[in-house]
Design a protein around this ligand. Structure first.
Ligand code: GLY
Length: 341
């Protein structure tokens, strides 16, 4: 098992990466109330049956204030007070909702996460972003509060749908592309092991990804500067996700190729490095192109919450493993999107 500590002004998190971590729930004091993704609850009944639990409906369309309100009511009915602890169990959607509920119910009670998807383990469960969507705008309501622990239980990945697992690999490749060329090479050399859920490979990949995220978040918890680099591929990726209804990682994969291509067009990244990223995504079974309507993509980007005024903080690659955040005006961006689509 590997452990990583995240220390920020809003709280500290102990992150653990290993097998069968969920068994540790029995030793938690106080006895937790679980907020569990409904599918995870079905698949792993044995692990979570003996606890008080509230299920979180699966699916992006349920990630809203209505679901949050229902959970508040259940917590009231269960007479959960400030001495209790909430544990969110599931992928990014469940932990985002559980973190938001826990950090607002009774003005915030202590909470932790058991992350059950690759995407959750390497990204969503780490860094304290909690929240829900409103009217199709992703994560537009939320806060930043750190869970006291995150358990990346690798055993839970075995029951994950294949497409969902591969979606998580996009975020893993992102870390290599923005931060660590050695890691990018490791992913390339161990792609077969990663695709086969080889435990040693998985443990390394999840641990290094979590370490990179921790390093970034510790330097800029509130995303005023450096943390923006974690959005590499996401500006276009989120716009694709709205339009195409593809999974997050698949949309981000196409978004990363387009952001890399834009970096190349702006003279920052050699074409051979764009190929390296594209080939790695392809080897993982991720899409690297889609038929896109440039006008729809542009309009979706306009609505993105990361837009500040008339500008977008666009994350570019200034060589592999290095980023450059460029403030691009919407009028400059329009022809770029036309060109990329
Ligand atoms: N998923 C990006 C972040 O946590 O900042």
């Amino acid at each position: 098992m590997h452990q990583i500590k995240l220390t920020t002004p809003s709280g500290n998190t102990e992150i653990s990466v290993g097998e069968n971590l969920s068994a540790g729930l029995k030793t938690l004091v106080p006895t937790p109330v679980l907020l569990v993704d409904e599918h995870v609850l079905c698949e792993h009944q044995d692990s979570f049956d003996s606890f008080q639990s509230i299920s979180i409906p699966s699916g992006e369309r349920y990630k809203n204030m209505h679901t949050v309100e229902n959970i508040y009511r259940e917590l009231v009915n269960l007479e959960i007070d400030r001495s209790s602890m909430i544990v969110g169990v599931g992928g990014g959607l469940a932990t985002d909702v559980a973190g938001f509920v826990a950090s607002t119910y009774l003005r915030g009670i202590s909470f932790g996460f058991i992350s059950s998807t690759l995407l959750g383990q390497v990204d969503a469960s780490i860094g304290g972003k909690n929240g829900v969507n409103l009217d199709g705008y992703k994560n537009i309501i939320g806060n930043i509060r750190q869970p006291s622990f995150v358990w990346c239980d690798l055993s839970l990945l075995k029951t994950l749908a294949r497409k969902e697992y591969i979606s998580g690999i996009a975020e893993v490749i992102k870390y290599g592309a923005i931060w660590d060329v050695e890691f990018l090479k490791y992913i390339k050399d161990h792609m077969t092991g990663l695709l086969n859920l080889d435990l040693k490979v998985l443990e390394h990949v999840v641990t290094v990804s979590a370490q990179i995220k921790v390093e970034v978040v510790q330097k800029d918890e509130r995303e005023s500067d450096l943390r923006r680099i974690l959005n590499f591929g996401h500006t276009i990726g989120h716009a694709i996700e709205r339009e195409k209804k593809v999974m997050h990682g698949q949309a981000v994969s196409v978004g990363m190729v387009m952001a890399a291509q834009l970096s190349h067009n702006l003279g920052l990244l050699p074409a051979s490095d764009v190929d390296i990223i594209q080939n790695l995504l392809k080897a993982a079974g991720l899409p690297f192109e889609l038929e896109l309507d440039p006008e729809v993509i542009f309009q979706n980007i306009r609505k993105d919450k990361k837009k500040s005024g008339e500008h977008i903080h666009f994350v570019l690659l200034d060589g592999l493993g290095k980023t450059l955040i460029k403030s691009i005006s919407l009028s400059e961006l329009k022809p770029m999107i036309d060109d990329l689509c």
